[in-house]
Structure formats: structure tokens, C-alpha cells
Design a protein around this ligand. Structure first.
Ligand SMILES: C[S@@+](CC[C@H](N)C(=O)[O-])C[C@H]1O[C@@H](n2cnc3c(N)ncnc32)[C@H](O)[C@@H]1O
Length: 443
């Protein structure tokens, strides 16, 4: 694969002065490699075009949806002139150009989706992570679902947006307009069936509702705009205010025989098979031993903390760190049978990592890092690796952020010694990686 340009994430820049705005223009394109962001790359009159609803190798007629102004634009393929053998009919009636923005690859077969994701991971790890192509090669593994098609029926939570006239649906790609939804085939029945959508639509009647979040099997959360005081920075929309309006105060998840209870607005993996898969992958890489000491950074409701606690046993210790007070309260309950495994409230930063290790009062053997999309970042990576654990498992939902952190680790004398990737978000551009970092030179 040739290296495609990176996804130009910022939206809405105006075209450079004097240059015609291509928005709305029709282009005939030979489509090249996939790029991070759910699109493929084409070139036209010297400009890069990020094209959705197409596949590598296709010839398409496309319409420019956004002129990015910095030598690139975005387009939707509206007619496929030469189709890829990987193309399939989208199973969702809401998929397609200018339709629902929730999925990116409805028009690709399952194996093709996983190959596209593997290419995106490899590209990030070579371009941003500095790895050789053979070190960055990975097979993206399918996760099982309770149903005949592993691409559908997996999403256990979703946020329906509400239109001003009280109907519900999903936002169109990079837009504020809403595609009205009858059902969502990638969701589980309690979240995406016609009756689940009708229930959400009814809840959306509440005053001030901007969205309704359905969390399987039976919780409904009301989204209303956060007060202006919650605004985080110029132009940035504050996070919604989220309030439970139907269903239980905690949702039960059984993972590898262990029961976790998590409040419906708390973080939990969306794919039903994801939590167990990632735990098994991380434990296989770290192989924690009785008596060892582990850190679980970005610990959520204690998922990895608990399984690390099982492995290190009462002569060992696990210390987790998590910024959400609600998640830490859930973790406390979830870890009730493991007094040697605890999660503290706090933001993961270099000082808190150092303090956590000091609290442990003994050398740190293994670390789990499961950061949000932005990744751990250089200073946190440096602090974690500075503790000299024997191994670090990194669970990553954004391959670019992961690759940057792998690069930092390499600069500090560590290597990516293991890598697995999972299609935990079929039909969408998203994927999850689990990587093992070891000292480049064995101590
Ligand atoms: C990807 S989730 C992982 C949670 C948990 N490991 C699991 O698998 O269920 C990331 C978690 O990090 C937390 N978080 C985000 N930024 C953080 C920060 N700067 N410091 C500590 N926790 C943070 C979030 O609240 C969330 O629970």
C-alpha cells in the first residue's frame, strides 16, 4: 500500500482565497488506498479528495461535499462505474451518500472491512509510529455476536438525535442534519429494533431533549444541552447533560464468569464480546504472576483491575486510576471480593502515575493502559515507562494516537512486541488494537 495522506480532521475551513470552491462539483475519480476516517483517497487536478461510499480500485462519479481549502476536499461517491469485488449491497436502508452518518463501510464485505482496518492500522504504525511495514502488519479479528451475521446486531448503546419537530434519527456525516431512522440494524434489538426506536421517540417528547440514549437492555437516558458554564473552549460544544429517565440504575455485564455492574451513563465496551476479548488478549500478553504488582490506568469500572487482581492474587496488588467518580464508585463495588485491587479517583498525568506507584510501595511489574481516543500522550508514556515495568499492555481505540504513543515508547527504548486488532465496531471505521510494549533490550 502506498502511504495515503492523513485524514485532515478539522472541518469547515474555507478554500484559499482566489481558488474556486469545489463544493457541489462533480468529479470522475479513480479511487486509491483507504485512509483513516472511513474514506478512500483519490487525486484530481493536483488535489487530494477523501471519498466516502467507495472502495479502493473503484472508478466512481463523486460529488464534492466539502472544500477543505488546504489542497484537499471531501466527496461522496454517488455512482459506481467500476465496482470493487469487495462491494456488497448495504444491509441498512439508511446507508448511502447524504444519509445516516453512523456507518462507513456498509457497502463492503466483512473480510474487506477488516482488511481496510488492517491497512489503516499498518499505515498509522509505519507513518506515525515509525515501525517497519513487517512490524506493522496485522490481521483484524472478527468478534462473535449472538446472531447469524457478525456485522449486525452488536451495538449495545446508541444516542438518537432529536429533530426540532420531535422525530429521531442519526446525524448525517459531518453535518447537523438528521436522517430519520426506523431501525438500526447494527444495534442489538433492545437498542435498534423498530420498537426500541419508537420507545426512544416517545422519550424524546420531553422538554429540552436534544437526544435520547438507549443502553441495552433497558435503560434510557435523556440528553439536554449542558449549561453554558460547562463550555470547554471557544466554539466547542459542551458535553450534554445526561439523565437516566427509564430503567435500572446499573447494568449488569458478565465477563469471563465475573459480574460487573456499571451505571448506564458510565463507560463500558459497546460490542458484547469486546470486554472479554480485550481482557483475554491483554492478560495473554502480560501473563501476570501471583505476587506481582500492576497498574490499571484509565480503569473505568474496574474491568482490567479485576482480572489483574485475580491473576496476581492476595500476595500481589493492583492499583487503578480513573477520572470519573461514578466509574470509581462502580469499581469499588465490582472489586469488593478483591481487597488487594483498588481504583482511585484521579486524572492520569505524570505526577499521578508517579504517586500511584509510590502508593503501591513496591516495584511495578505490569501496566494496563486503556486511554480515551486521544491516547496516553508523551508525558504519561514517559512516566509509565519510567517506572520500568516488565511489560505494558496498551488497549487503543484510535490507531493514530496509539501509533504516536508507540513512537514515544520507541524513543524511550521500548518496542512493540505484540499486536492484535479487533473489529469491535463492524460497519464503522473504528477498530481496537491491543499492543504489548516491552523494553527493547531485555533487562
Ligand atoms: C476507553 S475507557 C476504558 C475503561 C476501562 N479500562 C474499561 O475497559 O472498561 C477510558 C476511561 O478513561 C477515563 N478517562 C478519560 N480521561 C482520563 C484521564 N485523563 N485520567 C483518568 N481517566 C480518564 C474515562 O472516564 C474512561 O473510563
Amino acid at each position: 500500500m502506498t502511504n495515503p495522506p492523513a485524514d485532515p480532521a478539522p472541518a469547515g475551513q474555507a478554500p484559499a482565497e482566489g481558488r474556486p470552491n469545489w463544493a457541489g462539483r462533480e468529479l470522475l475519480l479513480e479511487v486509491g488506498a483507504v485512509a483513516h476516517g472511513g474514506h478512500c483517497v483519490a487525486r484530481y487536478e493536483g488535489r487530494v479528495v477523501f471519498v466516502r461510499h467507495t472502495l479502493p480500485g473503484e472508478t466512481v462519479r463523486a460529488v464534492v461535499t466539502e472544500d477543505g481549502g488546504a489542497g484537499f476536499c471531501r466527496a461522496d461517491a454517488v455512482e459506481i462505474l467500476t465496482a470493487s469485488p469487495d462491494r456488497v449491497a448495504p444491509p441498512c436502508p439508511h446507508a448511502g451518500p447524504a444519509r445516516c452518518g453512523g456507518c462507513d463501510w456498509q457497502h463492503a464485505s466483512g473480510p474487506a472491512q477488516r482488511r481496510l482496518k488492517a491497512a489503516v492500522i499498518a499505515e498509522a504504525l509505519t507513518r506515525l509510529g515509525g515501525l517497519a511495514p513487517e512490524q506493522a502488519a496485522v490481521t483484524v479479528e472478527e468478534l462473535p455476536v449472538d446472531g447469524p451475521n457478525p456485522l449486525l446486531g452488536w451495538r449495545t448503546r446508541t444516542v438518537y438525535a432529536r429533530t426540532s419537530d420531535g422525530r429521531i434519527g442519526f446525524h448525517r456525516h459531518r453535518g447537523s442534519s438528521i436522517e430519520i431512522i426506523g431501525h438500526c440494524p447494527i444495534a442489538t434489538a433492545p437498542v435498534g429494533s423498530p420498537s426500541a426506536v419508537a420507545r426512544a421517540a416517545q422519550a424524546a417528547d420531553r422538554p429540552g431533549a436534544t437526544g435520547i440514549e438507549v443502553v441495552g437492555p433497558d435503560a434510557v437516558l435523556l440528553h439536554t444541552p449542558a449549561p453554558a458554564s460547562a463550555r470547554r473552549g471557544r466554539g466547542r460544544r459542551p458535553p450534554d447533560r445526561v439523565q437516566l429517565i427509564e430503567g435500572p440504575a446499573s447494568i449488569e455485564h458478565v465477563v469471563l464468569g465475573r459480574t460487573f455492574r456499571v451505571r448506564p451513563d458510565g463507560f463500558w465496551q459497546v460490542h458484547p464480546a469486546a470486554a472479554a476479548t480485550f481482557v483475554e488478549a491483554a492478560l495473554a500478553m502480560l501473563d501476570p504472576q501471583p505476587g506481582e504488582t500492576a497498574l490499571d490506568l484509565y480503569a473505568g469500572a474496574g474491568l482490567f483491575t479485576a482480572f489483574l487482581g485475580d491473576r496476581v492474587g492476595p500476595t500481589g496488588a493492583v492499583l487503578g486510576l480513573e477520572s470519573s467518580r461514578g466509574a470509581v464508585a462502580d469499581a469499588e463495588a465490582n472489586l469488593g471480593d478483591l481487597p488487594h485491587a483498588q481504583v482511585q479517583v484521579g486524572s492520569v498525568d505524570p505526577q499521578s502515575v508517579t504517586r500511584l506507584a509510590a502508593d503501591a510501595g513496591r516495584a511495578i511489574d505490569v501496566v494496563v493502559l486503556d486511554p480515551p481516543r486521544s491516547g496516553a500522550g508523551g508525558p504519561v508514556m514517559a512516566a509509565v515507562l519510567g517506572l520500568a515495568p516488565r511489560a505494558v499492555a496498551y488497549i487503543a481505540c484510535d490507531p493514530a494516537a496509539f501509533a504516536r504513543d508507540v513512537r514515544t515508547a520507541a524513543d524511550l527504548g521500548w518496542r512493540l512486541a505484540g499486536l492484535r486488532a479487533f473489529d469491535a465496531f463492524p460497519m464503522t471505521q473504528h477498530m481496537e488494537c491491543v499492543g504489548l510494549l516491552l523494553p527493547a533490550v531485555a533487562p
